[in-house]
Each structure stands twice: as C-alpha cells, then as structure tokens.
Design a protein around this ligand. Structure first.
Ligand SMILES: C[S@@+](CC[C@H](N)C(=O)[O-])C[C@H]1O[C@@H](n2cnc3c(N)ncnc32)[C@H](O)[C@@H]1O
Length: 244
C-alpha cells in the first residue's frame, strides 16, 4: 500500500462507518427515488454502483432496475453489502480504476463523494475511461460530488463529533487543491489517526475530464432534492453525463 493511499485503510475501518452513520439508508432511498425518476433509465436496465460501500444505494437501485452491480475496494464493506440478497443484485471487491464487468451497463452511479481520491490526477481519467468502456451506447454516468467552492469558502477548520461514545477530533486544511481532513480519536484507550484527502474538483474540472473521456455533461443539480446547482451555495455538485 502506498503511504498516500489513505482511502484503503480508512474506508475499510469500522470507524468510517461510525463517523458517517448519519448518511444512512433513508437518505439513500429518498435520493435514489428522485434521481432515477429524473434520469429516466428503463426498468430493465443494468446499472453499476461504483464505490458502493455497504450498498445503501445499490439496494435502492435494485428495487428499480433489473440488474445492479455494486463494486468497492473495501472488502469489509462488500462483505456487509452481500448480506442483502435481492434478485439481480450482486457485489464484488474491485478497484474503480480497473474494474471488469461481465456485461456492459446502461448507467453508472458514483455517489456520495466517491471520486477524486487518488494522488495522481491521471487516475481520475482512468476511472472515467473504465466507465466509458463498461457503458452501453448512450449510457449515463452520474457523479455525486461535494461542491468544492463551498467546501473551500466555508471550511470548518476544527470540529469534534461524538458518536457511539467516540469523540472524533477533525481538522480540515486545504493543501494543493485538496481538502485534507485529519481524524483523530481514541477507542478503548487506543489512539487512532486517519486522513481523508479529496481533490477539490469543480464543475470546470469535471467538464474538462468529461471532454477527455468522451462524456457529454447533460445536467447538474445542487443537492439531494435535485435543486439547481449554485456554485456558491449548493451543498453538492451532482453531474449527469452521457457517453458520446
Ligand atoms: C465516501 S464512501 C461512499 C460509499 C457509498 N457510495 C455510500 O454512499 O455509502 C467512498 C467509497 O469509495 C470506495 N473506494 C475508495 N477508493 C476506491 C477505489 N479505488 N475503487 C473502488 N472503490 C473505492 C471506498 O471504499 C468507499 O466505500
């Protein structure tokens, strides 16, 4: 593991799931219902949840589409995801930079900031090119990312969150166009320290990446209610792109 591959250990630890436990199935259910109505993919579609975690969105997607595949690098998360069985739903441990599917899909969902982790910017393009290869003609790519402008302008530098009797001490800084979050805590008197380091990708950056990977941006939204994206105020940057 490279020292800067922070996403391998952190997302595979139980503490990631404790810290983000409020981002739960009910949030996923409401968002997927709205989103899928908007994008209008046929019910007999096959779709991929790329960076699916424990599968909270995959499970909702499987209530709508015929075939749903969830992939994630974290084996712990995929083991959890596999506990939900549903017709046409499957999960596997794979890296989003080089995943392989048995068949092409009609839509790829990359949700809740599951992009922009890698130290090499070229890896963003690797992910998008893999998406292109694995999508059917005119297939859709949906990326739900944070609004980098807002993250930067309203950076909460220090925060303490106590969840399940663990106090997480969180520090955020901007370094080299990334938001770097240091997360420190003790559990059973044992000290832990993790980082999250995510590229501050803007709408302009995504438009550039799409142009380099043969995707056309067709719509954007600014939150899980699918309100209009506003670069200064929106919480999210949700991008809908089509394979050209
Ligand atoms: C912020 S979490 C979101 C998980 C899920 N989409 C959700 O909303 O619950 C990001 C996910 O991306 C996964 N991930 C990180 N790097 C990855 C990679 N190279 N390939 C596949 N998945 C990766 C992590 O393991 C983690 O589950």
């Amino acid at each position: 593991m490279k020292e800067n591959d922070w996403f391998i250990g952190w997302f595979d630890s139980k503490y990631y799931h404790i810290l983000y436990k409020n981002r739960d199935n009910s949030e996923a259910k409401a968002f997927i219902r709205k989103l899928t109505k908007n994008i209008n993919l046929a019910e007999n579609s096959s779709v991929l949840d790329l960076g699916c975690g424990k599968g909270r969105h995959s499970i909702e997607l499987s209530k709508i589409y015929k075939n749903v595949i969830g992939i994630d690098l974290s084996s712990q998360s995929i083991n959890e995801a596999k506990k939900t069985t549903s017709h046409g739903l499957s999960f596997s441990v794979q890296d989003m930079r080089e995943f392989k599917l048995n068949h092409k899909v009609d839509g790829i969902f990359n949700l809740f900031t599951s992009f922009g982790y890698f130290s090499s910017i070229d890896d963003n393009l690797k992910v998008l090119k893999q998406c292109y290869t694995n999508l059917n003609e005119k297939g859709l790519l949906i990326i739900d990312f944070f609004n980098a402008n807002k993250v930067k302008n309203e950076l909460i530098k220090n925060e303490v969150k106590t969840i399940d009797e663990i106090s997480f001490y969180i520090k955020r800084t901007i370094i080299d166009q990334r938001v770097v979050k240091t997360i420190q805590f003790k559990d059973n008197n044992q000290p832990y320290s993790y980082i999250e380091s995510v590229q501050l990708l803007t709408l302009k950056d995504f438009t550039y990446l799409f142009s380099k990977s043969n995707f056309k941006l067709i719509n954007t939204f600014g939150d899980y209610n699918l309100d209009t994206y506003n670069p200064n105020h929106s919480n999210r940057l949700i991008l809908i792109a089509k394979k050209t």
